[in-house]
Write a protein that binds this ligand. Structure first.
Ligand SMILES: Cc1cc2nc3c(=O)[nH]c(=O)nc-3n(C[C@H](O)[C@H](O)[C@H](O)COP(=O)(O)OP(=O)(O)OC[C@H]3O[C@@H](n4cnc5c(N)ncnc54)[C@H](O)[C@@H]3O)c2cc1C
Length: 477
């Protein structure tokens, strides 16, 4: 019997799996997808918000601050990207300026660094800031990350410490058994003492598998983005409008860790929890609203668009609780923004408030909580690159010309623990296909490498899910 089964391998589930793997416990982490972090963790603004936005007294406020404070060190331990870029909250006119004081007051009470910079300095830093902007609040410790890299790294550490990861394993039912629960997936039944429901937009559905007494309702809320090419170099800071009750944090410009710029998101409720395509209306909203704070937005430099779904809730806060009438069934539900920034805090909270009350937590002396970062050739000095190529010539063969990714890096990301099993899996880990050509040149090569490394026929290589084959065998006469 497992001590804990975690349903959902997004940032919430993987962060918890890594933290729990420090203890002498038998743990399984399951996900319905063919890769880690295919839900909201794959499609968001990637900002480690400092914690000024959530309302006083909420779990969001408490866990955002705790999570944000932990991220830089965590990313160092995991060999993950973390870039402090700072966030400008841009107010237009008297009313919005007053709201900056409210945010500053919250930040003061929560120990979050901030300042009101001189507008000449701001315009020097951000020449494209709209003339409508009259005052700026600078949260200069705000950082950006590569969210799914962190989830994958957490899963790698957890699996290295003995956590069993089951992908392509949708939880179909949860039943009460003596001493715990039985989680049924198409291929196995996992019996466990405790369940953590970290299933994102599906968390309500999972909770209802075990209780009728679920007092939150999740509605997917879509956010759509443009991704600008790397050398568009449009903003140095994250540029936020003043947040509002109706549209949340609003339409932003975000410089990413790899030098692209994100423009978005909108905020539209949708019915289908799998409907993460972009829409004409959503992107028109983004185009129309970014001009509130920025001029000259180079949308003609857009290389792709994407959308993510927030698990928006009637509760207006994270719902992290032991489900009433189901002892040992723990919901980590309604984890909408700032769920990424809060994830380390969420994991600690679940362990301290719930798991430690059920299980004896004995440290596993053999657990290793750090990870060796994968080699990124582009970031090495010419001497280090030559050394790598001497050791393994595949590091000298460039497969993705836009992002300068070598065959060696792709092979490594397939061979690592929790390695890539699909073209999208490779793209998420080492970026071929993330650049200007969006895989036009490198994708056939990636298919070839995947087929060779996995020992499968190229027609069996998938884009993402198990049924998303790319090639088809054609019998020519
Ligand atoms: C547009 C947008 C912008 C955002 N921007 C930010 C930001 O800048 N900063 C920030 O802090 N937060 C941001 N967020 C919020 C953040 O992305 C989420 O809070 C966070 O990713 C939630 O992680 P999660 O692991 O709880 O959920 P998810 O990442 O959605 O993971 C849930 C997992 O559960 C799996 N699952 C579902 N059903 C089942 C089942 N039946 N069986 C097995 N597995 C199942 C899914 O496949 C998925 O992998 C944003 C979100 C969106 C959508």
């Amino acid at each position: 019997m497992y001590d804990v089964v975690i349903i959902g391998a997004g940032i919430t589930g993987t962060m918890l799996a890594r933290k729990l793997s420090a203890y002498d416990l038998k743990i399984a982490l399951i996900d319905k997808e063919n890769d880690i972090a295919n839900g909201a963790t794959m499609a968001n603004s990637a900002i480690i918000h400092t914690g000024y936005d959530p309302k006083d007294g909420t779990l969001m406020a408490k866990l955002n601050v705790a999570g944000a404070n932990a991220y830089e060190e965590l990313c160092r331990q995991l060999g993950c990207k973390y870039k402090t870029v700072g966030a400008y909250i841009a107010a237009c006119g008297d009313e919005e300026e007053k709201h900056l004081d409210v945010l500053a007051d919250r930040a003061q009470r929560r120990g979050i660094p901030y300042r009101f910079p001189d507008m000449d300095e701001v315009r020097g830093q951000e020449p494209n800031l709209s003339q409508n902007v009259t005052r700026v609040l600078d949260f200069y410790t705000t950082a950006v990350v590569y969210p799914w890299e962190i989830a994958i790294a957490c899963a790698e550490v957890a699996v290295g410490n003995g956590v069993e990861l089951y992908l392509n394993s949708p939880c179909e039912s949860v039943e009460r058994i003596g001493g715990g629960y039985a989680i049924r997936t198409p291929e196995r039944v996992l019996e466990c003492k405790l369940v953590v429901n970290a299933a994102g937009v599906y968390a309500e559905k999972i909770a209802k598998m075990i209780s009728d007494d679920v007092d939150f309702h999740i509605t997917p809320r879509r956010g759509e983005y443009y991704v600008l090419d790397k050398d568009a170099g449009f903003v140095k800071h994250i540029i936020f409008p003043v947040p509002s009750k109706e549209k949340g944090k609003g339409v932003l410009a975000v410089p990413t860790v790899f030098g692209n710029t994100l423009i978005g998101p909108n905020s539209d409720f949708v019915d289908d929890p799998d409907d993460n395509g972009t829409s004409d209306d959503g992107l028109a909203y983004v185009r129309g609203n970014i001009s509130k704070t920025l001029d000259n937005v180079p949308l003609y430099r857009s290389i792709r668009t994407f959308a993510g779904l927030r698990p928006s809730s009637s509760a207006g806060d994270f719902v992290i609780e032991e489900l009433s009438g189901a002892p040992g069934f723990i919901n980590a539900a309604c984890i909408e923004s700032p769920g990424l920034a809060s994830a380390p805090g969420v994991a600690d909270y679940i362990i301290e408030q719930f798991i430690s009350g059920h299980l004896t937590l004995t440290a596993d002396e053999n657990a290793v909580m750090t990870r060796e970062a994968p080699v990124i050739m582009e970031e090495l000095s010419p001497e280090e690159q030559s050394e790598m190529i001497k050791k393994d010539p595949r590091y000298g063969r460039i497969i993705c010309r836009c992002e300068q990714i070598s065959e060696g890096e792709i092979v490594d990301c397939i061979r690592r623990p929790c390695g890539a099993r699909s073209v999208k899996g490779v793209k998420k880990r080492v970026r071929p296909g993330m650049g200007r050509c969006q895989g036009g040149f490198c994708e056939p090569k990636v298919v070839e490498i995947l087929a060779r490394e996995l020992g499968i026929d190229p027609t069996d290589v998938v884009l993402d899910s198990l049924s998303s084959n790319i090639l088809e065998e054609v019998n020519r006469p």
